[in-house]
Design a binder for this molecule. Structure first.
Ligand code: HEC
Length: 97
């Protein structure tokens, strides 16, 4: 299909202008100071949900072995070996393969 060069140029320039506006609108606030305020349950959980959260947190930090189902190919033996940023349960600094 033939698209006139002027039309292509308009699309290209508007794309560049759009990307430039996105870049110029961003500022990096830098590393946040103080405690992360992360890793805990959300506020207002019921007793049952708080217990479920705590059970999950314990399981998340458990070190697994063969009797727990750890097979011959694994990249770690505990969820928390990766998910630690900024607190237990957070994002991983280690990449999965
Ligand atoms: C070898 C490192 C590693 C281990 C061990 C690991 N993860 Fe992850 N996981 C990652 C990476 C990397 C990602 C993708 C980036 C991210 O969300 O941190 C991820 C993503 C996730 C996500 C999606 C997060 C989201 O916001 O979309 C969940 C849920 C998760 N992992 C749960 C677990 C659980 C549960 C375990 C333990 C049974 C576990 N992970 C063990 C590295 C790991």
């Amino acid at each position: 299909m033939h698209v006139p060069i002027i039309s292509r140029l308009k699309w290209c320039l508007s794309g560049i202008a759009f990307l430039a506006s996105l870049c110029l609108a961003q500022t990096d606030p830098g590393v946040r100071g103080g405690p992360s305020g992360a890793g805990g349950p959300v506020a207002g959980l019921s007793t049952a949900l708080t217990a479920a959260f705590n059970l999950g947190l314990t399981n998340f930090q458990e070190v697994e072995d063969v009797s727990d189902g750890l097979g011959p190919r694994f990249n770690s033996n505990s969820c928390v070996s990766c998910h630690t940023q900024p607190a237990v349960g957070g994002t991983s600094v280690v990449r999965r393969k």
